[in-house]
Design a protein around this ligand. Sequence first.
Ligand code: AR6
Length: 173
Amino acid sequence: MLPIQIVSGDITKLTVDAIVNAANPSLLGGGGVDGAIHRAAGPELLAVCRRLGGCAAGDAKITPGFNLPASYIIHCVGPVWHGGTRGEAELLACTYRQAMALAAEHRLQSVGFPAISCGIYGYPLAQATQVALQTIEQCRRQGAGLPEKVFLVAFADNDQQVMSRVLADCGAE
Ligand code: AR6
């Protein structure tokens, strides 16, 4: 059974050790969940992000959570969807692996992920959820010190239904 829970709501309100940001390579803020996280965390976040030197697609970097209930923010850059033939699934899996590796390195026990790449970057939600579930589960099988609780956060209308269906199809519910 996958120890992954799908929850609905605004990720900036989640009380966990870390929330994950779906950022862009500049790490200097943007729209969607990135904008919401920067607004909720406060201006100190941008000041720290400026010193990180950006982030390549598929990679992840960590900052404090500042005014958020979460102690840390793991900033990731997912792939832009081009129809699925340009390595998007591999790059998305890599993004989840890097985020999980940072969580393990910092001994974080609970992590909340948004649906990385599923907004402005256009990745279909069901396919992305499948990649997320498989990759998180692989990480947990292979690695030590990984978070005990992983939440996938559904935000837009119907997203929770889509994500829960994929989780059920994985044989986890
Ligand atoms: N809480 C949880 N999920 C959210 C929230 C929220 N407050 N707001 C949006 N989502 P997106 P991307 C969901 O577009 O596709 C930014 O401008 C949203 O419904 O935020 O990876 C960055 O700077 C969707 O399911 O990220 C990049 O330029 C998911 O979060 C670009 O967007 C991701 O949507 C990244 O695009």
